[in-house]
Design a binder for this molecule. Structure first.
Ligand SMILES: *Cc1c(COP(=O)(O)O)cnc(C)c1O
Length: 665
């Protein structure tokens, strides 16, 4: 990778996108027209013997012409308005998580829309539903999960509307599995059915109390359900067995509601979900949505690199154990939205090993909405992990040992969120939920337990059958097959390994390294005018900057200056976006998200008065409880195009220096 000259790198990238000046317009037009004609022939070949319903004469009728005129007017009105859209595709856009789109995905999505498949079921999407399951396997393989159906556990995954829905679904699944043993135990005891010692538990169901039942690992619960239902099938006639299974369903938390369920299990504390303080706000939404209560989202402190602090996690787990609060899940973030930082997934896995032995279990979900595709950098084409040493050759700093270990540990997570519409470079509405064990879907199906059907086929055909009715196993219902087609074609053209997709993602990291290494020059250019501080060394491809005018000691004043600066880089109402030199974004890091040591370091580097950084915002115009940061998402692969005479990162640094000088003049 490093051996490639910058020029070769850009040549490699050149057919991927429509391009900053739409250089590949011919390619896009030719392919869209060709594939659209292909669609037309498809229509014409479905019962061509039928007479056309729209006649030549109809097309000259006044009503027809009137409609066409109105349609054209409105469509032109739309595109006129769209001209004030945010130019995500342009390397001058370094704000939020959007960039240019991969042509294969874009064209596939546009063209598939003509066929309008609905991936809720294969009856409405005989083609794109299997593509969706294939995409699930591709992403699962990138994370290191097993996808061979003859080996347990076998992963599966599907496309969602975005990362938010995938995160919701992760908790929805965990709750379904983790609470199931309690419902089963209630019914078995009530009906006097005792299978005795169960292999899956190494004990009898009746021997476990509620705390133990809710602290069984996901894999153990999956095995327990299978064993218990098989026992019922063996010992009762089919009707009785079904009745009991239905009774278990009626005792589940999904049937009873959280309040009623917990009232019946008074030994259990309120369930909680542990996230780093840097977690995306979708987690708060998820707890509200599932009725778990956003107050039960426990925030874990982060280190000076904005990664979850394993010691703080340990303390929170101790507290949960002491309070008998079930820990539904611990969420690790792979690429935080604000800083791109990578939580120590390996430490989460190790913590679970330890706590499992002490009777406290939790599911691990990795929110890799942003950083998930970076896993392609770590994968060889045969599916093995690239060694750390080989990986390092392509970069100046990336990946640190901790980052490497976090990616290597992904296969131990129970499920993962990843957004193809972020670093997958496909159009919006495309996230993904990937689970390590497809057996978790046993707990979602609304249908009677198939295990009692004498004629039931192998487990594998059962899962295949099941996923053809995808809508029954996911949160969403009707969903666009076109979105799936876009991801599928992109992954076909650029497989998820370090030679293909990984190389593209690698460009985002290399651009970030370039920017990071050139901040010293920005600092020099502003010497005596303003202090430029990188508050957290980047793990991936996001960099934040804190900027304090020279001589200013007040944090609140620094933040006010930051906002004025950001006004010149933002998509604000009324601004003519075509006049903007660059687009950035901003974030506020709250005092509570920082340890004392980090807060002290930042205040010192920015030469601020420590008394101006307070825990809670008061009405003092010199104090503040947060630090204003300019945030840069370096996702566009064309940012450092110096070999073509335009290095956007150098240009941005010059622009930023000019803006600061102008504002302070
Ligand atoms: C973007 C993001 C989300 C939310 O994903 P959407 O696709 O916007 O719904 C969740 N978590 C992280 C870490 C993200 O970066």
């Amino acid at each position: 990778m490093k051996d490639k000259t910058p020029d070769q790198r850009l040549t490699w990238l050149s057919p991927f996108f429509l391009g900053t000046y739409a250089e590949n317009d011919d390619l896009l037009e030719k392919l869209v027209v060709e594939l659209m004609r292909d669609h037309v022939y498809w229509r014409r070949n479905i019962h061509p013997e039928d007479p056309p319903l729209i006649s030549e004469l109809d097309r000259h009728s006044p009503e027809y012409l009137e409609f066409v005129a109105e349609m054209k007017t409105q469509l032109h009105g739309l595109t006129a308005r769209l001209k004030n859209s945010v130019p995500f595709f342009n390397p001058r856009y370094i704000g939020h998580m959007a960039s240019d789109l991969l042509l294969p995905g874009l064209i596939a999505q546009l063209v598939t829309t003509l066929y309008n498949p609905n991936n809720v079921t294969d009856e409405a999407a005989p083609v794109t539903l299997s593509l969706e399951l294939e995409v699930g396997r591709q992403l699962a393989t990138m994370f290191g999960y097993n996808v061979d159906p003859t080996v347990e556990p076998c992963a599966w995954g599907h496309i969602t509307s975005g990362g938010t829905l995938a995160n919701d679904e992760a908790l929805w699944y965990f709750r379904a599995v983790r609470y199931w043993p309690l419902a089963a135990a209630v019914v078995m005891a009530r009906r006097g059915r005792d299978p005795g010692r169960l292999k899956s538990l190494g004990a009898a169901l009746a021997d476990l109390d509620d705390w133990q039942l809710i602290n069984l690992s996901l894999d153990r619960v999956i095995a327990l359900r299978r064993e218990l239902l098989a026992w019922l099938g063996d010992h009762l006639d089919s009707a009785q067995a079904r009745k009991l299974a239905a009774e278990i369903e009626s005792q589940r938390v999904e049937a009873q509601g959280i309040a009623e369920f917990h009232a019946r299990h008074p030994g259990l504390g309120t369930p909680c979900v542990l996230v780093p303080v840097t977690a995306h706000y979708s987690w708060e939404k998820a707890l509200k949505l599932l009725g778990l209560g956003s107050a039960n989202l426990v925030s874990i402190a982060v280190t000076e690199r904005m990664r979850m602090d394993a010691d703080a996690l340990e303390l929170a787990l101790e507290q949960a154990q002491a309070d008998r609060r079930p820990v539904l899940a611990v969420i690790g973030v792979l690429g935080t939205t604000e800083y791109g930082s990578i939580d120590p997934i390996d430490d989460l896995v190790a913590a679970r090993q330890r706590w499992r032995r002490q009777g406290l279990d939790f599911a691990i979900h990795v929110d890799a909405a942003w950083g998930g595709y970076l896993a392609s950098i770590f994968r060889d084409s045969d599916g093995t992990l690239v060694s750390h040493q080989d990986l390092r050759k392509g970069f100046r700093h990336f990946p640190s040992n901790q980052v490497y270990q976090a990616f290597a540990a992904l296969r131990h997570a129970d499920s993962i969120t990843v957004d193809p519409h972020k670093l997958g470079f496909v159009p919006f509405g495309c996230g993904a939920y990937i689970a390590r064990h497809r057996g978790m879907t046993d707990f979602i199906s609304q249908k009677a337990a198939y295990v009692f059907d004498a004629e039931s086929a192998s487990a594998d055909t059962e899962y295949e059958r099941r996923f053809r009715n995808l809508g029954q196993y996911i949160l969403e219902g009707s969903k666009p097959g076109a979105a799936v087609a876009g991801v599928w074609v992109s992954h076909r053209v650029l497989p998820l390994d370090h030679r293909h997709f990984g190389r593209l993602c690698g460009e985002t990291i290399r651009n970030c390294e370039y920017f990071f290494d050139h901040i010293a020059e920005l600092r020099e250019a502003l010497a005596g005018t303003a202090r430029v501080v990188v508050p957290f060394e980047p793990d991936t491809n996001l960099v934040c900057l804190a900027i304090n005018p020279e001589g200013n000691r007040s944090l609140a004043a620094m933040n006010r200056f930051g906002r004025r600066l950001y006004d010149q880089l933002s998509v604000s109402a009324g601004a003519d976006l075509r006049q903007r030199e660059f687009f950035g974004s901003r974030t506020l890091v709250h005092r509570s998200a920082l340890t004392q040591a980090v807060a002290d370091r930042l205040i010192a580097e920015l030469a601020l008065d420590p008394a101006s950084f307070v825990a809670e915002s008061e009405d003092d115009r010199h104090q503040a409880d947060s630090i204003f940061l300019l945030r840069h998402t370096l996702m566009n692969p064309w940012l450092s195009g110096q070999s073509r005479g335009m290095n956007y990162l150098d240009r941005y640094c010059r622009h930023l220096a000019e803006l600061i000088q102008r504002l302070l003049a």
